[in-house]
Design a protein around this ligand. Structure first.
Ligand code: TIU
Length: 244
C-alpha cells in the first residue's frame, strides 16, 4: 500500500528531505516496560522513568499513520536469553544497579526475553505483520536480522523513534547510517532519562549537515504522510519546504 503513496518532503533539520514512502520503514526502539515503568531495568539503574512518558503519544500517532498507509513497521526490544549466554559479563557487571540483568524484579527477571518487563508497553503493542527484533545490544543491527529484513523490503529510509535518545536510538541511527540508510529521527518520539542528553543526542545527529541523519517533529512526519496520499507535490510546495 505504501508503494502507491506519492513522494513528499518532510520538513526536517538540517534541511527538508524527500521521502519515498514505499521504501521507508518506521523503527520503534525499545518502548519496553523495562525502560518505561517503575521496577524495570531503567529504574534499577537509578533513573526516573517518568522522563520517558512524553514519547508515547507522538509515537502512537506516527504508528497509527504507518499502519493506515501500509508502511513497514519494526519494533525492537533490548534483552537477553534466560541463560544470559548473549549478555556480556561486562554489561551485567556494569555500575551499581539495585537489580542486575537477570535478577528477579517486580516485572520478572530484569531485561530477560519472555518476562513481563521485557515486553512492549500496551499503548504501542505490535500487531500482526509487524516485525519485532530482539536485540542483545544497544544498536538494533548488532546480532539481529534487522539488516536482512530491511533489505528484503528494499527499504532505504528509516523513521526512528523510541528510547533512549542518546543510548539505543543514537546507537541504532549510527549503525544504520554506516549501512547506507537515511535516518529521520522523530524528535518528540524520543526521550531520555536526562533531558539535556535528549537535546544533545538530537543535535549530534543533525549537526554538520546531518552527519548521522535528519531530525523532525512527529507533526512534520504526519503532515508529509497526509500529503503523500493526495496529489503529487508541485515544485512550489517543494520550494517552500526547501526554504525552511
Ligand atoms: N540506560 C539507557 O538509557 N538506555 C538503555 O540501556 N537502553 C536503551 O536505550 N534502550
Amino acid at each position: 500500500m505504501a508503494d502507491s503513496l506519492h513522494t513528499t518532503t518532510v520538513l526536517a533539520e538540517p534541511g527538508p528531505i524527500a521521502v519515498e514512502w514505499g521504501t521507508t520503514a518506521l523503527v520503534i526502539i525499545d518502548m519496553q516496560r523495562d525502560f518505561m515503568e517503575p521496577g524495570g531495568f531503567g529504574e534499577t539503574l537509578g533513573n526516573d522513568v517518568s522522563q520517558l512518558a512524553s514519547a508515547v503519544a507522538p509515537i502512537a500517532a506516527v504508528l497509527k499513520a504507518a499502519r493506515e498507509t501500509g508502511m513497514m513497521v519494526v519494533h525492537t526490544r533490548e534483552g537477553h536469553l534466560p541463560d544470559l549466554s548473549d549478555a556480556p559479563p561486562a554489561k551485567i557487571e556494569r555500575g551499581a544497579p539495585s537489580l542486575r540483568i537477570g535478577d528477579p524484579g517486580p516485572m520478572g527477571r530484569i531485561l530477560i526475553r519472555g518476562e513481563a518487563g521485557h515486553d512492549i508497553i500496551p499503548a504501542l503493542y505490535p500487531v500482526e505483520g509487524e516485525i519485532v527484533i530482539d536485540k542483545p545490544g544497544k544498536g538494533a543491527f548488532y546480532a539481529t536480522t534487522l539488516g536482512a529484513d530491511l533489505k528484503a523490503r528494499d527499504i532505504d529510509t528509516l523513521l526512528v523513534c523510541g528510547v533512549t535518545t542518546e543510548v539505543c536510538v543514537n546507537t541504532t541511527v549510527r549503525e544504520a547510517n554506516d549501512r547506507g540508510y537515511r535516518c529521520i529521527v522523530i524528535a518528540d518520539g524520543c526521550a531520555s532519562y536526562f533531558p539535556e542528553f535528549h537535546e544533545m543526542g538530537l543535535k549530534m545527529i543533525k549537526a554538520q549537515g546531518g552527519i548521522f541523519g535528519w531530525v523532525a517533529d512527529s507533526a512534520a512526519i504526519l503532515d508529509a504522510i497526509t500529503r503523500s496520499e493526495h496529489a503529487p507535490e508541485t515544485s512550489n510546495k517543494l520550494a517552500a519546504g526547501a526554504s525552511r
